[in-house]
Design a protein around this ligand. Structure first.
Ligand code: GLY
Length: 420
């Protein structure tokens, strides 16, 4: 079988790494890929949002399964285009991807299907939003409706911050059309848990729960990032909590998806917060999480290719879907300055040593130049360790992190501490 993985980050390297372990897979392409995944896949210079280019490539190479990493092509309808042209693809249709692509739609969906989430109001113009802020009390979470590269959710602890956020999204249009509508939501407190589920149109299977670290610095300080590290499983996600999440969130979500007429196979990521009033949904994503995938897939014991392929046949019940009993920790090494501006092009040293020490080093923002691996993005590497206990995974991951160096590199030093 020939597989095309769309995307270029740490998540896509992990998908390639896991899929390459399937005895059914002969060849993997990644578009556009990165320097690390080339051990297992051939990178092709087609951008992840170039749907025409990807479709042409899939037809020419007779790809058996295309797997989409990032949200933008899904929201832009890549699944609808591929399926209309007889190409097999794992990923939600444009309608399904609205769960991530429109915060307004997702909140309406949760309300319609009785799925617990924070109280919210939707605004179509900034003066109404400003009036709301005058008459209510902070803290607020202000969300641009559309995709904003992970920057469209702003937590505001006072009224002034909230007014600045509304003006940034709706007045200055910092996120373009994505800011035509906003959601102002109550601020919820609690630990966050990421749950990823494969859906085949009827049935679903759950990967292990994981926890992301969204803020840039230790102690959950600093700006929001794409994610600075993750661990799995999550000890606070007890069997009792899992039962509630399945009953109150996961089952009603999949029932809602079916009732809305969302067809096909895809991955739903539930961003859940465990509040004093019980678990609530913070957000849905329509794709694998990054860096959650880097800890969840090393703990998955089945054949990922088979799972995703059979999901596209509506046949998940035929596959062996088993998670291991171990633990995993992923620490992201980032470029100094990330998530704001940073320099690129620094040589990365020590990856081999970290691999020899037993880590799996997933590449994200890397490139090759004169046979050297150099930095080419904000999140550069995800150093992942697997071990029987979280303490052991954590120690092993940081041992690997300490062996890798590049100019201006930084990482959080407290990944998985909450879990330990
Ligand atoms: N780590 C959060 C996300 O993938 O959106």
């Amino acid at each position: 079988m020939k597989v095309l993985v769309v995307g270029s980050g740490g998540r896509e390297h992990t998908l390639v790494w896991k899929i390459s372990q399937s005895p059914k897979v002969d060849k993997i392409y990644a578009a556009p890929g990165n320097a690390g995944l080339e051990q297992d896949a051939e990178s092709v210079p087609i951008k992840a949002n170039d749907i025409d280019g990807l479709l042409e490539f899939a037809k020419e190479k007779k790809i058996d399964l295309t797997i989409v990493g990032p949200e933008v092509p899904l929201v832009d309808g890549i699944a609808d285009r591929f399926i209309a042209e007889g190409q097999r693809l794992f990923g939600f249709s444009e309608l399904g991807a609205r769960l991530e692509g429109s915060k307004v739609w997702a909140k309406g969906f949760m309300k319609k299907y009785g799925i617990p989430t924070g109280d919210f109001s939707v605004f179509y113009d900034s003066s109404m939003a400003m009036d709301f802020l005058e008459n209510n009390s902070p803290p607020y979470v202000i969300k641009a409706d559309g995709l904003a590269a992970g920057k469209g959710v702003i937590i505001c602890h006072d009224g002034e911050q909230a007014r600045v956020a509304v003006n940034k999204i709706m007045g200055k249009k910092d996120f373009g059309e994505a800011g035509n509508r906003i959601v102002i939501e109550e601020f919820l407190e609690g630990q966050e848990i990421s749950i990823m589920a494969v859906f085949d149109g009827k049935d679903y299977r759950l990967f292990l729960p994981s926890q992301d670290h969204k803020r840039a610095y230790d102690g959950d300080k600093g700006p929001n990032t794409g994610g600075m590290g993750a661990y799995a499983p999550v000890p606070i996600y007890t069997e009792m909590l899992q039962e509630r999440v399945i009953k109150e969130i996961i089952e009603p979500t999949f029932n809602g998806i079916k009732r809305e007429g969302i067809k096909g196979a895809g991955l739903i990521y539930f961003g859940i917060i465990n509040t004093v009033d019980g678990p609530k949904v913070l957000e849905y994503n329509c794709r694998f999480g990054d860096p959650e995938t880097q800890v969840v897939l090393p703990l998955f014991k089945g054949d990922l290719f088979e799972v995703l392929f059979e999901a596209t046949n509506g046949n998940l019940s035929s596959v062996n879907f088993q998670n291991s009993s171990g633990t995993a920790v992923c620490v992201v090494l980032a470029s100094g300055g990330y998530p704001a501006s940073y320099n690129k092009g620094y040589e990365i040293k020590g990856i081999d040593r970290a691999v020899e020490a037993g880590c799996i080093v997933f590449h994200a923002g890397t490139a090759m130049e004169n046979d050297k691996i150099i930095t080419s993005g904000g999140r550069v590497l995800g150093v992942t360790a697997v071990a029987p206990t979280l303490q052991e995974s954590l120690k092993k991951a940081y041992k690997g992190v300490d062996m890798i160096s590049f100019t201006d590199s930084f990482s959080r030093r407290d990944i998985a501490e909450k879990g330990v």
